[in-house]
Design a protein around this ligand. Structure first.
Ligand code: IPE
Ligand code: IPE
Ligand code: MG
Length: 251
C-alpha cells in the first residue's frame, strides 16, 4: 500500500531558544544584550510561524534551573518580560497571536506575573497561532504539578492513565509538539517538555538564537518535512493531521 507522507508543516513547534549569552560574548557585550536581541528574534519567528500555518509555538524562555545564574542576569531577564510585553504585545494581538504562559508562576515577582496576566488576557480571544511561553518551567515540575492536581481532583489510582494525566499537563490545550528545535549547538533537552516530546522530531542547530531568522526556520521545517514519522509502526502511516492512522484490516 502506498502511504501518504505526513503534513509538510508541523502543527506544533517547540523551541529551546539557546545561545543568547554566547551571541553577546562574541560581540563583547553583556549577556543581557543577547537576551534583548533574543526577544527580537522571537517576535520575528512568531510572525513567521503564523504566516507558515504553524498553529502552536512553544518556546523555552526561562527554566526552573535558570535561577542559578548571576543575580544581575536573572533580574535583567525579568525586566525584559515587562519591556517585551509593553513593546510587542499590541502588534501580536493584532496579528491574531494568543499568548499562554506555562510554568510555576508562584515563584515570580508580582510585576512579572502582572505582565504575563495582561498578555494572556489581551490575547485570549485570538486563534491564528497560540504561543506558549515556558517561564520558570521545568518538564519534571510539569509532571509533578499534573499529578498533584489530579490527586486534588480526587482521582483514584485506577482512574489515572496517560490520557487523563495529559489533561492536567500545562500544555493540555495543544497537541504534542511535532518538531522540537534547539539552537545554540547543545544537544540536550535541559528539562523542557519531557512528557510531551515522546514522539516529537528533534532538530538541533549551531545557529545562536538571536541569529535564528526565517531562513533558519525554513531550514528546520524542510528537514522536518523529510522525516518519516512511524510512531512505533513499520512504515509511514499518518493522516493529514500528522496523527497515526489505523492500518486497513486485511480481509
Ligand atoms: C538562552 O540563552 C536564554 C536563556 C536561558 C534565558 P543562554 O543565556 O543560555 O545563552 P548561552 O547558552 O549562555 O549562550
Ligand atoms: C535552556 O537553556 C533554557 C532556555 C533556553 C530558557 P540553558 O542554557 O539554560 O541550558 P543548559 O544549561 O545549557 O542545559
Ligand atoms: Mg544556554
Amino acid at each position: 500500500m502506498v502511504t501518504e507522507p505526513g503534513p509538510a508543516v508541523p502543527r506544533h513547534v517547540a523551541i529551546v531558544m539557546d545561545g543568547n549569552g554566547r551571541w553577546a560574548n562574541k560581540r563583547l557585550m553583556p549577556r543581557v544584550v543577547g537576551h534583548k536581541f533574543g526577544v527580537d528574534a522571537l517576535v520575528n519567528i512568531i510572525h513567521a510561524s503564523a504566516a507558515r500555518g504553524i498553529e502552536y509555538l512553544t518556546v523555552f524562555a526561562f527554566s526552573s534551573e535558570n535561577w542559578k545564574r548571576p543575580q544581575d542576569e536573572v533580574s535583567g531577564l525579568m525586566n525584559l518580560v515587562m519591556v517585551a510585553v509593553s513593546k510587542y504585545l499590541a502588534r501580536m494581538a493584532e496579528d491574531g497571536v494568543r499568548i499562554r504562559i506555562i510554568g510555576d508562576r508562584s515563584q515570580v515577582s508580582e510585576k512579572v506575573r502582572a505582565a504575563w496576566d495582561h498578555a494572556e488576557t489581551l490575547t485570549a480571544g485570538n486563534r491564528r497561532i497560540t504561543v506558549s511561553v515556558a517561564f520558570n518551567y521545568g518538564g519534571r515540575w510539569d509532571v509533578v504539578q499534573a499529578c498533584r492536581r489530579a490527586m486534588e481532583a480526587g482521582l483514584s489510582p485506577a482512574e489515572l492513565d496517560e490520557q487523563v494525566l495529559s489533561r492536567y499537563m500545562s500544555l493540555s490545550y495543544a497537541p504534542d509538539p511535532d518538531l522540537f528545535i534547539r539552537t545554540g549547538g547543545e544537544v540536550r533537552i535541559s528539562n523542557f517538555l519531557l512528557w510531551q516530546t515522546a514522539y516529537t522530531e528533534l532538530y538541533f542547530t549551531d545557529c545562536l538564537w538571536p541569529d535564528f531568522d526565517e531562513r533558519a526556520l525554513d531550514a528546520a521545517l524542510a528537514d522536518y518535512a523529510r522525516r518519516d514519522r512511524r510512531f512505533g509502526r513499520v512504515k509511514t502511516d499518518v493522516d493529514a493531521g500528522g496523527q497515526p492512522r489505523a492500518l486497513p484490516v486485511a480481509d
